[in-house]
Ligand binder design. Structure first.
Ligand SMILES: *Cc1c(COP(=O)(O)O)cnc(C)c1O
Length: 393
């Protein structure tokens, strides 16, 4: 089997043959048919690429070919955002009366699907501490259809034992969906651990340039065909140009992730034990409570780390204000470093009790290392942390 960079560059070559080295953009809403037969065939071809762009498009099919091969799955498909990937899959795979299990530390949108959207549709949900594989088992009911996992989790970088959850789910005929946005297929391949469907916010690492909103799903063709049936109805279609940009971004994913891994590790090591910093959460540090599991399940630890500043909310805010390169922004996974102060972001959306319940301390900041030179980023955070330490002592 070819390596990841080779796959990222060549896996789509036969999907829509053309003699252009850079693929054309199929900026069209629809496709014409030679005759009635071809038209009828194209209309029911799951994840087909030349009937109507809401059903599929050659630029979608190219991204899907590369993602499926990187994730090691039979098939893949693209959606207009990561959340479109999640909600379309969930709507396709559960019905009123079913039960879904999710994890406590998870992306906010996923948490809201579990807390608000699904219960409104008559689907009950249970949220468990994903550090304990037995917690998933305890939450199972005869009605459980789906388990949603995410590893490492946003923003606490907790690890879920994907193989253990997948085994449990298989034994009970439950479908597993894993959000692989933080790990990327370079650092974790959930399908190899037994997860059924892998999904991503392709807005993040897969695209990598902070200029596209997109989502992807990867898994067995039979399951994705069911998701596609619903995608045609929800209509969260990725535009052809955005699919083209996403493919262009994915070409360098393996190269970029190498640098994200180096930068994440270097920042985590530089900040751990710093007088301004109470704690660093990063799966590549020996201090991470689940490092043995992280080592087993991951081949690199990514660019995202979380740190708790001594001095709580104000210290966290001051630290972010002193950084030269990373800016405050609600994303990650691009070439530029970005930061989020969750407690500050949530002030507009959650009550103080809800913030406390989330388990995210007021002084926690998420630092998403880009692909800048490692020394520049390390210098930057050490200068900022040094100033914060001086101000608080
Ligand atoms: C950003 C993100 C999402 C949501 O993806 P969008 O592309 O913004 O819809 C889901 N999961 C994780 C882990 C994310 O970081």
């Amino acid at each position: 089997m070819a390596g990841n960079s080779t796959v990222a560059i060549h896996a789509d070559r036969d999907v829509h043959p053309s003699r252009a080295v850079a693929p054309p953009i199929y900026q069209t809403a629809t496709f014409w048919a030679e005759d009635a037969n071809q038209f009828a065939q194209a209309a029911v071809d799951p994840r087909g690429k030349d009937f109507y762009t809401r059903y599929g498009n050659p630029n979608h099919a190219q991204v899907a070919a590369v993602v499926a091969e990187l994730e090691g799955t039979e098939a893949a498909m693209v959606t207009a955002s990561g959340m479109a990937a999640l909600t379309t899959a969930v709507l396709a795979l559960v019905s009123a009366g079913d039960h879904v299990i999710g994890q406590k530390s998870t992306y906010g949108g996923t948490a809201s699907v579990l807390q608000n959207l699904l219960p409104r549709l008559g689907v009950s949900t249970t949220v468990v501490d994903q550090r304990d594989p037995q917690a998933f088992e305890r939450a199972l009911t005869p009605k459980t259809r789906l388990i949603l996992v995410e590893s490492p989790s946003n923003p606490l970088l907790q690890i879920t034992n994907l193989a253990a959850v997948a085994d449990l789910a298989r034994a009970h005929n439950v479908i597993t969906l894993a959000d692989n946005t933080f790990a990327t297929p370079l650092n974790t391949r959930p399908a190899e651990l037994g997860i059924d469907v892998v999904w991503h916010s392709a807005t993040k690492y897969l695209n990598g340039h902070t200029d596209v909103s997109a989502g992807v799903l990867a898994g067995p063709a039979e399951l994705l065909n069911r998701v596609w049936d619903t995608a045609v109805l929800t209509g969260a279609t990725l535009g052809p140009f955005d699919a083209w940009l996403l493919l262009r971004g994915i070409r360098t994913l393996p190269l970029r992730v190498k640098q994200h891994n180096i930068n994440g590790q270097a920042l985590a090591e530089a900040l751990e034990g710093h007088p301004a910093v109470a704690r660093v959460h990063y799966p590549g540090l020996p201090s991470h409570p689940q490092q043995a599991l992280a080592n087993k399940q991951m081949t690199g630890f990514g660019g995202v780390l979380a740190l708790e500043l001594n001095g709580g909310f104000d210290a966290a805010d001051a630290f972010l204000g002193k950084l030269k390169y990373p800016r405050r922004s609600a994303s990650l996974g691009g070439v530029e470093s970005l930061t989020v102060h969750p407690a500050a972001m949530w002030r507009g959306m959650l009550s103080e009790e809800q913030i406390a319940e989330s388990g995210v301390p007021l002084g926690l900041v998420r630092l998403a290392a880009g692909t800048e030179d490692t020394a520049d980023l390390v210098d930057d955070v050490l200068v900022a942390a040094g100033q914060v330490a001086k101000a608080t002592t």
